[in-house]
Write a protein that binds this ligand. Structure first.
Ligand code: A2P
Length: 271
C-alpha cells in the first residue's frame, strides 16, 4: 500500500469548477486498485450504500462522469471512493494520478438500491462483492442500522488474487476498531474472502461456493431462506446475474426503494 500526501502535478479540475470537491488522500492498494478520500460538501446527505456521479473534465472541458459507490458511511465527515485503474479507460486512466489537493467533480445527487430501505426486515444479511464491488459495503458495514436490523452480517469478497483482498481486509479491521460501531461489528460482522486465481485459505468463485453449499457449511448456517435471509450483491454484470439466478431459485425476490424485497443488486463500475 502506498499513500501519497504531497500535492504534485494536477490531473484534477480547477477548484472553482461547479461541483468541485477537494481530494484529501490517495491510497494505492495494488497496481490495479486505489482508494481516495474527498471533502464532504456541507449540505450533502446520503444513505449508506448509495452512489454518486464523479469525474474530471474531458479535453473539451466537459464533465466526464461515472457512477461510483460512496465507500464511507452516512455519518462520515469525509467521503471516499474505491476504483480500478483501466489503462485505456477514459476516466480511470487519469483518475489514478490524482494527488491530495486536487479537485474532482462530484454531483451531489445520491442514488442506488443497495440500501437497507430496499430490503424487507430479516435476520441475516449477506453482502456479496467481487472486485471493486466491495465499495458500497465499505459504507454499509459501518452503518449502525445494519447491526440494529440484523443479527448476523456476512460480507463475502472474491478477487482474483490475495493482494486484491487487502482493501477489504483493512475495512473489516477498521470497522471492528471503530468507536461508534466497533463493538456491534465484532459481535455480528463475519468476513468471507475468497480468491480465484491465486492460492489462499479459501478458493473459488462465490457462485460455486454457494451452489455446492460450501459457503453455508463454512459459516455454519442453514442454506438460504427467504423468510430470514437478505442479500445485497455488487459485482460485474456476470456475477450479479449468476448470484441472482442462485438466490432466486432459493425463493428470494428483488427489491427496490419503491418496493422492498429480499435481495438487491447493483453493478460495480468498471472502466
Ligand atoms: P474469475 O477469476 O474466475 O474470473 P474481475 O477482477 O474480473 O472483476 O473479477 C473479480 C472476481 O469475480 C474474480 O475472482 C472472478 O473470478 C469473479 N467473477 C467474475 N465473474 C464472475 C461470475 N459470473 N460469477 C462468479 N464469480 C465471478
Amino acid at each position: 500500500m502506498q499513500q501519497s500526501h504531497e500535492t504534485q502535478n494536477s490531473v484534477g479540475v480547477p477548484a472553482d469548477t461547479k461541483d468541485a470537491v477537494k481530494v484529501l488522500s490517495v491510497t494505492h492498494w495494488t497496481d490495479r486498485l486505489f482508494h481516495f478520500e474527498v471533502e464532504r460538501p456541507d449540505s450533502f446527505r446520503f444513505r449508506s450504500g448509495e452512489f454518486v456521479m464523479i469525474g474530471l473534465l474531458n479535453e473539451a472541458g466537459k464533465p466526464l462522469l461515472r457512477a461510483y459507490s460512496i465507500a464511507a458511511p452516512f455519518w462520515s465527515e469525509t467521503l471516499s471512493f474505491y476504483s480500478i485503474k483501466v489503462p485505456d479507460g477514459p476516466l480511470t486512466s487519469r483518475l489514478q494520478h490524482l494527488q491530495p489537493g486536487d479537485h474532482i467533480i462530484m454531483k451531489t445527487k445520491p442514488v442506488g438500491t443497495l440500501v437497507l430501505d430496499a430490503l424487507l426486515p430479516g435476520k441475516r444479511l449477506y453482502m456479496i462483492a467481487t472486485g471493486t464491488g466491495i465499495a458500497p459495503f465499505a459504507s454499509l458495514i459501518k452503518d449502525p442500522d445494519v447491526y440494529e436490523q440484523y443479527d448476523d452480517v456476512i460480507l463475502t469478497h472474491t478477487c482474483r488474487d490475495v493482494a486484491e483482498l487487502s482493501f477489504g481486509a483493512h475495512l473489516i479491521e477498521e470497522a471492528k476498531a471503530d468507536p461508534l460501531i466497533g463493538e456491534m461489528a465484532q459481535e455480528k460482522l463475519r468476513y468471507y474472502p475468497t480468491t480465484t486465481r491465486e492460492q489462499s485459505a479459501k478458493m473459488g468463485r462465490i457462485t460455486s461456493l454457494m451452489e455446492d453449499g460450501t459457503l453455508f457449511s463454512d459459516l455454519n448456517v442453514s442454506p438460504l431462506n427467504p423468510e430470514t435471509d437478505r442479500v445485497m450483491i455488487c459485482g460485474s454484470m456476470g456475477l450479479n446475474n449468476d448470484v441472482k439466478a442462485i438466490i432466486e431459485s432459493a425463493g428470494l425476490e428483488e427489491g427496490a426503494n419503491s418496493k422492498p424485497g429480499t435481495y438487491v443488486l447493483e453493478k460495480a463500475f468498471v472502466g
